[in-house]
Design a binder for this molecule. Structure first.
Ligand code: MCA
Ligand code: AMP
Length: 506
């Protein structure tokens, strides 16, 4: 192989005249046309001086052209660095300084602000696939020789939020991505007859690698929606066979009166992940549609680790078994395996485990053991039949609608307000997002409280989904004898803040 991901995922498209991407209006882009778009993108990166191993930062709306940027990077050997479209300029500044990309491609609305950072040359691509990058690519050849890459070369750098508030770039190799796509195609029986209903964002591992790489490897096709809306998904579902989503997708569908077995008649598989799927949602979904959602478990650093079976029992409230080739260990504080059935830290080893954090050897050493096991920060246990149950997290993390929020990052921004003596950020149950971000502030005596100003400040600095859905004021925070804020008590105290009837109740 000269370039593992190109050869396995993209080269077959170059000779395919069947549809690959289907737009919401039903118009299609066939394999050859998409391969041409990817080659032109690769050519444009070379024109801009990017060489194999250089990074490309991308913050653009979802579109076929945006996906062609990813494919173009694979062809050019350029490391793809996708960024959430919700990130503010402040957040982007950090990623550009850390990844030092040779080019940033962004929506025209962000271009001036990103250019003003002065760190990175900027080109544009809008939601319709237009912009200065598209103009440059348009005139270039439909074919280009793929750059030589080895299985260990880095294909993508994906940022995950860090417990200390600083995001970490997970380096993912060709082998990481390809081995995971192979395991999933096999396990979920994805083949060229499949039509994936793609409504996830393509700047995270779920929508990009789990969904797109498996579709490419299987020679399948995708109905490519710009985002998730219940109406668009209901409209497209009768033409699809497979959907992957976060739990919020499924609870929102269950809330839609038009959703039921009829719409799902052509579907063969629904997959859920990125956040816990309530057993209740699993059961309601089965009652309403006859389908048992297949839940799986993964991380940015590892891709997918475990999955419920395609053919055997899909057990609600569990994430199934280790993928073929992947090992799971449940360990105690010292890293030794706990007795069978007991709760411990979930550790993962296999060809899916990333190459380390970009520029952060110390963080890598903390989380990736010498023996190859990655310490996930998730707590779990295996039941008597071997199904893995995720029972909690040792990391202080909130997962809201499938997006990760590290409280520390939000607390740092809140603590800067003059009237805030101390902030504590935690997650509480939310009927739509699973968990919602809540902040409790201890107020500085004598300083006037100005919540609108605080919210305004946050909106320039933190992506919308990280901003607290509720801000509460308090006299003091509960602490343990060591002086540490007891977030579990705060969570318990405020767990009914967003209480509402469970989604999907008939
Ligand atoms: C939007 N908002 C959110 C979220 N999304 N707030 C909290 N959590 C969120 N996830 C904000 C909006 O800015 C808006 O704020 C308000 O909430 C309502 O927005 P709404 O229109 O309802 O949101 P939406 O645009 O419909 O988005 C909801 C969504 C989206 C479709 C669930 O969040 C989504 O696509 N999530 C998928 C995330 C994902 O792909 N995760 C995979 C990570 P306001 O009203 O104040 O303006 S990869 C991963 O975790 C690993 C590898 C794995 O295992 O998969
Ligand atoms: P990320 O850092 O965005 O890749 O998020 C990874 C985290 O999402 C994992 O460490 C888990 O805490 C969580 N996660 C992913 N899938 C599931 C699942 N099926 N059930 C519970 N948590 C999950």
């Amino acid at each position: 192989m000269t370039n593992p991901l190109h050869d396995a995922l993209l080269a077959p498209l170059g000779a395919s005249d069947t549809p690959f991407l289907i737009r919401p209006d039903g118009s299609a882009i066939d394999g050859t046309a998409f391969y041409g778009m990817a080659c032109r993108a690769a050519g444009a990166l070379a024109e801009r001086g990017l060489a194999p191993g250089d990074r490309l930062a991308v913050q653009v709306e979802k579109s076929p052209e945006a996906l062609a940027l990813y494919a173009g990077c694979l062809i050019a050997g350029v490391v793809f660095v996708p960024l959430n479209t919700a990130y503010t300029t402040d957040e982007i500044a950090y990623f550009l300084a850390d990844a030092t990309p040779g080019l940033a491609i962004c929506d025209p609305r962000m271009a001036d602000r990103i250019a003003a950072l002065g760190t990175t040359p900027v080109m544009t691509l809008d939601a319709a696939g237009q912009g200065s990058f598209a103009d440059l690519a348009a005139g270039l050849p439909n074919r280009i020789a793929p750059a030589r890459r080895t299985a260990q070369d880095i294909a993508a750098l994906l940022y995950t939020s860090g417990t200390t508030g600083r995001s970490k770039g997970a380096m993912l190799s060709h082998e990481n991505l390809l081995s995971n796509a192979r395991a999933l195609c096999d396990l979920w029986r994805i083949d060229s007859d499949d039509v994936l209903l793609h409504a996830l964002p393509i700047f995270h591992a779920h929508g990009l690698f789990v969904a797109v790489n498996t579709t490419l490897l299987a020679g399948a096709r995708m109905i490519f929606l710009p985002g998730f809306t219940v109406d668009a998904v209901l409209q497209a579902m009768p033409r699809a066979t497979l959907m992957m989503g976060v739990p919020t997708f499924y609870t929102r569908l269950l809330d839609a009166p038009g959703f039921g077995a009829d719409v799902c008649a052509g579907m063969r598989l629904f997959v859920s992940g990125s956040a816990p799927l309530l057993a209740e949602t699993h059961q309601k979904f089965q009652q309403r549609t006859g389908h048992r959602i297949l839940e799986r478990y993964g991380m940015t650093e590892t891709g997918m680790n475990t999955s419920n079976p395609h053919d055997g029992e899909r057990r609600a409230g569990t994430v199934g078994f280790a993928l073929p080739g992947v090992e799971i260990a449940i360990t105690d504080a010292g890293g030794a395996p706990v007795p069978a059935g007991e709760i411990g830290m979930i550790e993962v080893r296999g060809p899916n485990v990333f190459r380390g954090y970009w520029n952060m050897p110390d963080k890598t050493a903390e989380e990736l053991r010498q023996n190859g096991f990655f310490i996930t920060g998730d707590l779990g246990r295996q039941d008597a039949d071997g199904y893995l149950h995720i029972v909690g997290r040792s990391k202080d993390l909130i997962i809201s609608g499938g997006y990760n929020v590290y409280p520390k990052e939000v607390e740092s921004v809140l603590n800067e307000a003059s009237f805030v003596r101390e902030a504590a950020v935690f997650g509480v149950p939310h009927p739509d997002f699973g968990e919602a971000v809540v902040a409790t502030l201890v107020v500085e005596p004598g300083v006037p409280v100005d919540l609108p100003a605080l919210r305004h400040d946050m909106s320039g600095r933190l992506a919308r989904y990280k901003q607290p859905k509720e801000i509460l004021l308090t006299q003091s925070l509960p602490r343990n004898t060591m002086g540490k804020v007891q977030k579990n008590l705060l969570r318990d105290r405020h767990r009914d803040l967003f209480a509402a009837p469970v989604s999907g109740t008939p």
